[in-house]
Structures are given as C-alpha cells and as structure tokens.
Design a protein around this ligand. Structure first.
Ligand code: BV8
Ligand code: ZN
Length: 255
C-alpha cells in the first residue's frame, strides 16, 4: 500500500482550490514514452531536429512522420489509474484545474473537465498558410510517401497543433494557468522534470502565493527540493491511494 502523506491529505481535504501540473510521466503508465527518461523520446530523437519550426520547414516529411509515429502510440493508449484519480479529485474539491504539458488528450479521455493544454494537442493539425484545420492521418506510415501532407485548400504544409521550442504558448492557456497557480491552496506536480519554461515557472508561482506544493515523481525533478512533500512513486500508484485518503477524509461515512 503506497504511503500517503497525512499532511498532504489534510491540505487537500481543506483546500478550496487544487491545481495540478502534469508532464510526460503522468502518461508513462499508459505506455507513452516520456522525453528525458532512459528510453525517452529525446534518447532516440533530438528536440532540435524535430520539435521546432525551422526543422519542420527544413524537412516537413520527417517531422510529420515523427508526429504520426507518436499519434499511433497515443491512439493506442488509454488513460491510467493516475489520470482517473485526478478526475475523481476534481469531483471531490470545490475548485480544480489540471494544467498539462502533454499533447496526448488522456486527461480529457479520463473525464477530467478543466484541462488547460499548455503545449497543444497532437490530435489536431492545421495548415501553416491558411490555418485550415486538418488531420495528419496516422495510418499513413511516413516512409510510404516522401511528399509532405499539404492543405487541400491552399497547398500549404500541415503541421501538428502543438507548441514547438521557441514558439509562444497559447496566450489564454498560459494566462489562465498563471491565474490558477496564484489561486492554488494545493499545487500538485505530477510526472514532470520541470525543466521546460514557462510551464516550470508555475509551481514556483504557486509557492510564492502560499500554496502547499507537492511533487509526485519516482525520480527527483527540478521542484522536488522545493516541495513540502515528494511522493516518490509512480503516479498510477500514488494518486489513487492519495485521492482515496482524501475522499475518506472529506466524507468519512462514505468511506
Ligand atoms: C518559448 C510540445 C518564447 C511538442 C513541448 C527560460 C530558461 C531556459 C530556457 C527557456 C526559458 N524560457 C524559454 C526557454 C526555452 C524553452 C525551454 O524551456 N527550454 C528548456 C529545454 C531549457 N522553452 C520554449 O521554447 C517555450 N517557448 O519560450 O517561446 C517566445 C515567447 C514569446 C514569443 C515567441 C517565443 C516552448 C516550450 C514548449 C515546447 N514543446 N512539447 C511535442 O510534444 O512534441 S515541451 C515537451 O517537453 C513537453 O510538453 C514537456 O513540456 C517537456 C518534457 O518535460 P516533461 O513532460 O516533464 O517530461 P520529461 O521526460 O522531461 O520528465 C518526465 C518526468 O516524469 C521525469 O521526472 C520522470 O522521473 C517522471 N516519471 C516517469 N515515470 C513516471 C514519472 N512520474 C510519475 N509517474 C510515472 N510513472
Ligand atoms: Zn491551407
């Protein structure tokens, strides 16, 4: 039985506003590779080569192929117990927001209502010239067609609706995320190394505004040392146990 910290359960049970920031680790137990772990995406591919607009314009077929490859993995994946526990936590507390760096749509598929996507969503694509929404058909393997996928309207290149390095985050998403971080009574970091900005500023923003900060990560992240509690366990184990304890605290008769 994963140990849950009594102090964190107290803080969550008493909280008006709970905010969560998730990273690739939250989807690891759904079979989606993280970025920086030993077998992570950045082991095989480099962000410089693939996750920026220059690389895309240099070699659109390669970058489209890489996103199709990830889309296949994401379409085959299902939310894990960690995603589902966050959906339950949202139903237990008065105000809740899940801010995610993930582009895999798994929080939404787990039924979480308020999901703030900081880095976009891999399921959506659009034309870089006319902006027409489009889909990058994951079933078409990259090497089948050397020609990049183009817009039927204007012939422009189709790109995934994700935020690449060097690109501005969606202004409304980052503004909303900062507002929730400042309002948080409890701020939970789940499965993030917290090294990509401005997302990594959010837990610090919450701390500066008096939030109780917790980190759920089997390894040590850039915020573990600043957190009041570090649950060193996989999210799919730590979160169900934690939310169960909070539910029992909030309505003991239901427990
Ligand atoms: C911008 C979408 C400017 C695409 C992504 C300040 C200082 C230094 C650098 C910068 C700075 N400000 C900006 C920068 C540059 C850059 C940046 O931060 N670079 C870093 C690398 C130093 N930031 C940007 O470029 C941003 N844009 O600044 O624009 C601007 C402003 C105005 C106008 C014009 C321009 C854009 C950043 C977003 C890039 N896009 N993703 C795609 O997915 O393809 S980032 C991508 O990588 C993810 O979204 C995520 O954010 C990041 C990966 O981090 P994590 O998700 O945390 O994953 P990671 O693998 O690292 O860690 C996983 C963790 O989980 C580990 O700790 C592991 O232990 C843990 N774990 C594993 N298993 C489990 C687990 N935890 C729980 N349970 C488990 N089972
Ligand atoms: Zn177009």
């Amino acid at each position: 039985m994963t140990s849950v910290s009594a102090k964190l359960v107290d803080a969550l049970a008493a909280a008006e506003t709970v905010v969560v920031l998730t990273g690739a680790g939250a989807s690891a137990e759904s079979g989606i590779a993280t970025f920086r772990d030993p077998d992570g995406l950045w082991e095989q591919f480099s962000p410089e080569e693939l996750a920026n607009v220059e690389a895309f314009l240099d070699n659109p077929t390669l970058v489209q192929g890489w996103y199709r490859y990830r889309q296949v993995a994401i379409e085959e994946a299902a939310p894990n117990a960690g995603h589902r526990a966050l959906t339950r936590l949202e139903q237990l507390v008065p105000r809740f927001a899940c801010i995610t760096q993930n582009v895999d749509n798994l929080h939404q598929e787990a039924g979480t209502e308020r999901v703030i996507e900081l880095h976009g969503n891999i399921i959506r694509s659009y034309c870089i010239d006319c902006g027409e929404p489009h889909t990058l058909d994951a079933s078409v393997a990259a090497d089948d067609d050397p020609e990049p996928v183009r817009c039927d309207e204007c012939g422009g290149l189709i790109r995934p609706d994700v935020v690449w390095f060097g690109e501005r985050l969606p202004p409304d998403a980052i503004a909303s995320a900062n507002a929730w971080a400042r309002d948080a009574d409890v701020f939970l970091c789940v499965g993030t190394s917290a090294v990509v900005f401005p997302a990594a500023d959010l837990p610090l923003e919450a701390l500066d505004h008096g939030a109780y900060l917790a980190d759920v990560n089997p390894d040590t992240s850039a915020v573990s040392g600043k957190a009041q509690v570090h649950l060193q366990a996989p999210a799919g184990e730590a979160l169900p146990a934690l939310v169960e304890a909070v539910a029992a605290r909030i309505n003991p008769e239901a427990a």
